[in-house]
Design a protein around this ligand. Sequence first.
Ligand code: FE
Length: 181
Amino acid sequence: MKPIIPFVVLAICLNINCEGQVNTSNATIKNTQQSNKKMTTSTNPYFNKTSKEKINISEQEWENTLSPALFEIARKKGTERAYTGKYDNFFDRGFYFCAACGNKLFKSDSKFASGCGWPSFFETYTESSVQYITDETHGMIRTEVVCGRCNAHLGHVFDDGPKPTGKRFCMNSISLVFEKK
Ligand code: FE
């Protein structure tokens, strides 16, 4: 939750600034409406927990739709700080969905305490829940994991996980939405 706080504070400050100028510019009014629109999954028209239809929209549309924190991780391939995510030390029973589109990604039965600082799973909900991309940034060769429906960046997968798969899907909490069973 911690990384979200500065964005919330920033958003509140921006709104106050925008509202202070609301009579001076139509562009300012539009920006105020857009920043208000970005905050939750309920205002995201692409968030759907049952649809399997692929989403292919522009980065500008994603930026208009997602919160700044989620846009930074999901579309700009950012990484939240270790040990700060809301699902890092969280083991309730249920399912994890893509925060950008609602695609079902993981079940809590596959979550384990990796100690790496990010929520970790040993398998995805189905094989098609995610897709894989070779990531050669930062002087390493890693396997990036993206949402199988909207291509949102979720994290990376490593070969040091527990049985039965030996995989560790190392995910950003911001990219996930949990729902209890
Ligand atoms: Fe998605």
